[in-house]
Write a protein that binds this ligand. Structure first.
Ligand SMILES: [Zn+2]
Length: 414
């Protein structure tokens, strides 16, 4: 009898200890937010629990006592960490433009406060300068930094370097990409000024060798974009600066009729991915508004972040999303184009969603109601009623930005 009591007692003690160890199942619990996760078709109020840097549960009414830290997201949107597939991050102090120069920006001060947890440098480095980019920026950033490697070996160094076809080596570029597959997601062609298809052929050759997409900033050659989409690019290749209206580039909306040109929607159906790439000179309402009205929406919301865009009309990724709200797109549409769509475009399908087991990169966003003005690069103004604001950003399960102190630790609270 005594032995049975002892066994029962020790069993109870073990159970209690087990229960105590289990009380904090989650490191962080995000409560009451409106979750938008395009990959998992979630668009409703859910709790999101995190443990060991990963998403541990997404469900209604998860018990708050199971978490060490609670984030009150009532009235806010909870989304996968945003992915910006077009930015310029190879910052440096040399006179090298967007390739280790002063025009590029180191990511963390600009990304995390805008909900961006993954950012792709869009051609700053070429095969010859990639190692320096990796050691000075990629390895030192908390933001996940990936790379579209420039087809120009010396990268986006400005002219005359970017006009030098002899420095466009598809084989060396593809080899560098394959040796750094964890970081390089594709290849960039930009700023080429002459009317020649050779640079396009070279970058697509690198894409074929490495089985990776290319992203094209179609330069000043005034070559027909219809040929680019149907004769040169492959499905899955990306065309950035889609809504630009510059003298030097064939536009998507006809300048005389102000109608969307007829081959754009077929090109998108063919699998060409159209990226905003707002930048300092590449977004015009005169193109975007008629295009969107005609059903030609961007696939991805790249910002083209650099010193020339961040204090201009572009500002940051959330401002770009707010601009698309002002043109009639809805919140789930702009979020999916900044999360799951770019993850698929760069073939990183482990990113851009909140599936259980995925890395806990999360953005928590408020949408302010009011009267807001937005500009394009030509100085035109569009008015909107909603504006995104980043409340919190989590990167790999850690809070890296918390605007209004919405995280609390119940055991430490006064
Ligand atoms: Zn760019």
């Amino acid at each position: 009898m005594r032995r049975i009591s002892y066994l029962l007692l020790s069993g109870l003690i073990m159970l209690t200890q087990f229960a105590q160890a289990q009380t904090k199942t989650y490191s962080i619990l995000i409560k009451g937010g409106h979750v938008i996760d395009a990959r998992n078709n979630i668009n409703e109020i859910m709790d999101v629990a995190i443990q060991s840097g990963k998403i541990a549960a997404v469900a209604k009414n998860i018990d708050a006592s199971l978490a060490s830290q609670i984030v009150d997201a009532k009235g806010m949107y909870v989304t996968p960490g945003l992915i910006d597939l077009h930015a310029h991050l190879f910052a440096g102090t040399d006179d090298r433009g967007l390739s280790g120069g002063f025009s590029a920006l180191a990511p963390d001060p600009y990304t995390l406060r805008a909900g961006v947890t993954t950012v792709v440098d869009c051609g700053g480095a070429g095969w010859a300068s990639f190692d320096k980019f990796k050691s000075t920026i990629i390895d030192k950033s908390r933001t996940r930094v990936l790379s579209f490697l420039n087809i120009v070996g010396d990268g986006m160094r400005g002219d005359p370097y970017e006009q030098d076809i002899s420095d466009m080596d598809a084989k060396k570029t593809a080899e560098k990409a394959l040796a750094n597959k964890d970081i390089v997601v594709g290849f960039k062609l930009a700023h080429f000024a002459a009317a020649s298809w050779v640079p396009v052929e070279k970058v697509v050759a690198a894409g074929k060798l490495a089985d990776m997409p290319v992203i094209i900033d179609f330069g000043a050659g005034k070559l027909p974009i219809e040929d680019l989409f149907f004769k040169y690019l492959r499905p899955g290749d990306i065309f950035t600066h889609v809504y630009t209206e510059l003298e030097i580039r064939d536009p998507v909306v006809d300048l005389k009729t102000r109608k969307l040109r007829p081959f754009l929607i077929p090109a998108q159906k063919r699998g060409i991915i159209f990226d905003v790439g707002f930048g300092g000179g590449s977004f015009n309402f005169n193109q975007a508004i008629p295009a969107i009205k005609a059903g030609f929406l961007p696939n991805t919301m790249g910002t083209d972040l650099h010193t020339g865009s961040m204090n201009g009309a572009m500002k940051d990724q959330l401002n770009v999303l707010s601009i698309f709200l002002s043109m009639g797109m809805d919140i789930p549409s702009v979020i999916s184009r900044s999360t799951w769509a770019p993850a698929q475009a760069i073939k990183r399908e482990e990113l851009g969603h909140l599936s259980v087991g995925a890395g806990a990169d999360v953005a928590i966003l408020s949408v302010r109601d009011g009267k807001f003005g937005f500009r394009d690069i030509a100085g035109n103004r569009n008015e909107g009623k909603q504006k995104f604001e980043c409340e919190m950003t989590l990167r790999a399960g850690r809070i890296v930005y918390d605007l209004n102190a919405i995280a609390s630790n119940p055991e430490k609270s006064r």
